[in-house]
Design a protein around this ligand. Structure first.
Ligand SMILES: [Zn+2]
Length: 254
């Protein structure tokens, strides 16, 4: 089956905040051994698609933590060409800068974007089970509301495809990590003596608990492990190829 190269949420089709999730037709990761020129070309294409500048595309290191950094003018553009240049030690990026697209990468992990309707503030996180257990998405909501100077109820969110409970088998250690962190375990499912985790549901629950209205959350619904439309480490065993969520505050002529 062939898919269009990107999924463009409804909320991105007009106005200042823009967000897109790439599919498996493109690899977005600058992993050694990958054809790097192709990944850079794909990054350029996504920025062109959103009508924002590739030269300001900003990427974090992604260490399965919960640190979120505010991208300021001197940081814009870091990590777009070289892994060594990524913003170290962070799994989340927020900004009020127009035309400075923020990117997170994944291949089963959940990628989340949060923005206010007026496009004053925007943020993205990479949330695997570790980041989810650390409530990184709940933290993103309060960071973006503070930056945008709005109520959390004025925020919108986009949740990428990721590993879901139909396929994502996890160990007792994952259940225990949620338990120890005091995070709700409602996204776990028990089947045939095995735990399964719906990473998408867990992050949607965090958004709602943090105050984002349910009808302002867009999710593709798809599980990366059983759909071939997105990259999946669990399905293919390949850690090198990743899809991306890119979000930006566009310059809009008014
Ligand atoms: Zn599945």
């Amino acid at each position: 089956m062939t898919y269009p190269p990107v999924w463009l949420p409804m909320s991105s089709k007009q106005g200042r905040p823009a967000c897109v999730v790439t599919r498996s037709a493109w690899n977005m990761a600058l992993t050694p051994g990958n054809r790097l020129a192709e990944a850079i070309a794909a990054r350029r294409r996504v920025c062109a698609y959103l009508e924002v500048r590739f030269e300001r595309l900003t990427v974090g290191e992604q260490v399965h933590g919960d640190d979120i950094v505010r991208v300021t003018e001197p940081m814009a553009g870091r990590g777009r060409y070289h892994r060594e240049d990524r913003i170290a030690g962070v799994d989340g990026l927020v900004t009020t800068l127009p035309d400075a697209p923020l990117m997170v990468l994944g291949a089963d992990c959940c990628l989340v974007a949060v923005f206010d309707r007026a496009g004053r503030g925007i943020g993205v996180v990479h949330a695997g089970w570790r980041g989810t257990a650390k409530s990184i998405t709940a933290k993103l909501v309060s960071r973006v509301a503070a930056l945008a100077g709005c109520a959390v109820t004025d925020l919108q969110a986009v949740v990428s495809p990721c590993a879901r409970a139909c396929c994502y088998e996890v160990g007792q250690d994952v259940v225990d990590a949620f338990e120890d962190a005091g995070v709700a375990r409602t996204a776990f499912l028990r089947r045939d003596n095995t735990w399964y985790l719906d990473v998408q549901q867990a992050n949607i629950e965090q958004l709602i608990a943090a105050g984002v209205p349910e009808n302002a959350i867009e999710s593709a619904g798809v599980c990366t492990i059983c759909s071939d439309g997105y990259h999946s480490y669990r399905r293919t065993g390949n850690t090198a190829r990743q899809h991306a969520l890119v979000a930006a505050i566009r310059h809009v002529q008014v």
